[in-house]
Write a new protein. Sequence first.
Length: 385
Amino acid sequence: MKQVPFIFSDEPKYRWARHIIYWVFWWLFQGFLYSFTPAAVNYSDAVRFLSAYADSLIYMIGHILLSYALMYFLIPRFLLKQQYLLTVVVALIIFFIAAVLNAVLGQYLISPLHNKLGITVKNISFLQINYLTILAGLRGGITIAGISCAIKLMKYWYVKEQRNLQLQKENLESKLELLKSQVHPHFLFNTLNNLYSLTLTQSKQAPMVVTHLSDLLRYMLYECNEKTVPLNREVEALKKYVELEKLRYGNRIDVSFVCSGETDKLKIAPLLFLPFVENSFKHGVSHVLDQCWVNLHLHAGKDFISFNLSNSVAKNETNAGAGGIGLQNVKKRLDLLYPQQYELHISEEQEIFNVKLHISISKQAEETIPESESMLVKIKPVPSI
C-alpha cells in the first residue's frame, strides 16, 4: 500500500502542516463545546464565544505539552520498550504537571480575562488551588491526550507492519530469484548436451538446433525479465524445446503437442511449464530403450490454464524425476506466485508418468506477482544467430 506523504512523511513541511491542522481543529472543537457550558449560556453570544475560544486557546498550552510529552517521550522511552510500570508512573507525573499548569493558567490568565468580559468568577489565590482545581485543569486534556496517543500508536503499528511486509517481500524476491536461477542452468546444460551430440556426428540439423537454442536463450534472458509474459510466448518456447528434443531422439520418439484456447489473451509467470517438459525427456523417455512417447496438451480458458503432460517411462522405473530439483523448484515457485490458485497432480502408473496442472488466472493475481520474478541481470540483446 502506497503511503500518503501528508500523513507519513517526516519532511518538516508535512509535519508542521498536519500538526497545525490538528491543533486548529481541536481548538475550534473545544471552543465550540465551551460556548455551551451552563455558565456561558447566561451571557451574550459575542461574550460567550469570545470567552469560550479564548479559554480553549489558553488551555491548549497545557494540552499541547501533555500530548507531546506522551507521544515523544513516554511512548518511545517506556511503552514501546515494554517498561509498563514506569510507563504508568511517568504518565501520572506528566498528567499531574499538565493539570497544575492548566490550573495556574486558569487562575492567572483565564480568570482575569473573564473579569474583563464581565463574567462572574470566584477569585482564589495560588495557595488556594486544591485538588478540585487541579482536576479541573485536566478537562479536555485526557481526551486530546488519548486521541494523540492513539494516533501515534496506530502510526507506529502501521509503519511496523509496512516494514514487516517489505521484509517479507524482499525475502520472497530472494527465494524467487534463487529458484529461477536454478532453472536456467539446468535447462541450458541439457540443451547443450543435445547440441554436443549432434555436432559430434556432424549432423545437418545442428544449425537448426543453434537457431532454436538462440531463440530460447533470448526468451529466457530478456523476455522473462518481466513478472508475467504472454502465454503464447511461453508456448512458443515450449515448442522450440520440444523440437530440440525430437531432433535428439529422432524416430525413436513420438511427440504430440496440442495447444488450444486463446493463448494470446492470458499472461503467466515465465518458465513454469518448461521444467515439466524437460523432466519428461530427461527422466522419462531417455531411459526407455524401445519406442517412447510424450503427449502434451495445454488449454487456455477465459481465466485459467490447464496443462496436461504424460510420457512413457522405462519398465521398473519408479519416481521418474518427480523428486528432481527442477520439479521441486517449480512447485516452490507455484506456491509463491499462485498460492491457493493452482492444483498440481503428479502420478506414475503402468509405465506412464502424468502431470496435471491447473492454474486460475486473474488480473488481480497478475498484479500480485512480485516484481522480482524478473531476472536481476539485464543484458543487451544480441543479434539473431
